[in-house]
Design a protein around this ligand. Structure first.
Ligand SMILES: [Zn+2]
Ligand SMILES: [Zn+2]
Length: 246
């Protein structure tokens, strides 16, 4: 389903159930622009047809100009080929796209910025990632921070298409902690305070209207503080479990 977050920002919501206890996991694609579209990530092969249909609808009066990948693992890059075959410019958020099996991709410099289809985009070294060769992407036009595997959360059936604005009590802290415990297991070795400072520094530098994670509810600016509190509390709980088990 397509959810319009602002004039030039659409969220293609896709998700799949993990189990009854853990709920669902988002694997989202975002689309920027109105006439010249820039896709951020390409989604999972599980949702290939649904994503293609939704992009086709969004592109009815527009051109798909570029596809920017936050990283190249399957949930983010499984549907790249058809776009490349259509002549869509592929931008890999990596210093070495060839190593990632994307030899034709335009390379972005992490820490730098580029203009892609007329949009000014910055590439940020992320403090929260599931592997190397990942970047967070900031679109200056819509003030959106695309955080790949960062800022994720699980969700329950019934709230698949909800943004933070649609959830009466906000994104449940337990859903944020559950995501990080299962998806980013290295967090148990991280000092939560240093993580908080690294995230706060990015949010200070980039004034953000939306945080757009691949694996979670989009987070509106007014809910970022609550999300961060839940994330750091979760990181502290995860780090404490490691100390107890040693
Ligand atoms: Zn991911
Ligand atoms: Zn769902």
């Amino acid at each position: 389903m397509v959810v319009h977050l602002s004039d030039e920002l659409a969220w293609i919501e896709e998700c799949y159930p993990i189990d009854d206890e853990l709920g669902h996991k988002h694997v989202s694609v975002y689309v920027l622009g109105d006439e010249q579209l820039v896709l951020v990530d390409s989604g999972s092969f599980l949702h290939r047809t649904a994503i293609a249909d939704q992009i086709e609808t969004l592109a009815a009066d527009a051109t798909i100009a570029a596809l920017v990948l936050s990283h190249s693992d399957y949930p983010h890059a499984a549907n790249v080929r058809p776009f490349v075959e259509q002549g869509v410019e592929l931008v890999a958020s990596s210093g070495s796209p060839a190593q990632q099996g994307l030899p034709d991709a335009t390379k972005c410099d992490i820490g730098g910025e580029m203009t892609i289809a007329g949009r000014r985009m910055s590439f940020i070294d992320p403090p929260l990632a599931d592997r190397s060769h990942t970047t967070w992407i900031f679109d200056h036009g819509t003030k959106t921070l695309f955080t790949a595997d960062g800022f994720g959360s699980r969700h329950q059936p019934g709230s698949c298409t909800a943004t933070s604005r649609d959830l009466e009590s906000g994104i449940p802290p337990a859903a944020i902690e559950s995501f990080h415990r299962h998806e980013l297991p290295w967090l148990r070795y991280v000092d939560p305070e240093r993580l908080r400072m690294a995230l706060a520094a990015i949010l200070d530098e980039y004034e953000t209207a939306w945080i757009a994670p691949c694996h979670g509810h989009p987070i509106a600016a007014e809910h970022v503080r609550d999300y961060l509190t839940a994330l750091i509390n979760g990181a502290e709980a995860i780090a404490t479990e490691r100390e107890l088990s040693e």
